[in-house]
Design a binder for this molecule. Structure first.
Ligand SMILES: [Zn+2]
Length: 97
C-alpha cells in the first residue's frame, strides 16, 4: 500500500509532526501508555470535534481537546476537560463524531 496521495496533503505532514512530538513526550515521561498509542491517537482524532476554551482562563488562543468523551443520551456526549493551569470543566454536546 502506498500513501503517496495522502503524504502530499499538508494536513498529513502536520499530523506526522504532531504525532512524533506526542510519541517523544510519552517516551520522555516514561509512560507505559505507548502500548496504547494507537488507541490514544484514534481517541484524539475523534475528540477534536469537541475542543473547548477554558471557562476560567478565557484565553481564546488556548483551546483544549477533552480527555474524556462519554455518551449522554442517544444524540449527545459529555466531555471532560483539564487546562494547562489545572482548571477542570465539563460540557455537553450534540454528538459530532
Ligand atoms: Zn484554565
Amino acid at each position: 500500500m502506498s500513501y503517496e496521495k495522502i503524504a502530499r496533503m499538508p494536513e498529513y505532514q502536520k499530523v506526522v509532526e504532531s504525532l512524533d512530538a506526542f510519541r517523544r513526550a510519552l517516551e520522555d515521561a516514561g509512560s507505559s501508555m505507548l502500548d496504547d498509542f494507537a488507541s490514544i491517537t484514534l481517541f484524539a482524532a475523534g475528540s477534536a470535534a469537541y475542543r473547548d476554551m477554558c471557562p476560567e482562563c478565557k484565553d481564546p488562543h488556548a483551546v483544549y481537546a477533552p480527555h474524556e468523551v462519554l455518551p449522554d443520551g442517544q444524540k449527545g456526549v459529555q466531555c471532560g476537560y483539564l487546562c494547562r493551569r489545572g482548571h477542570r470543566w465539563s460540557c455537553a454536546w450534540a454528538r459530532r463524531a
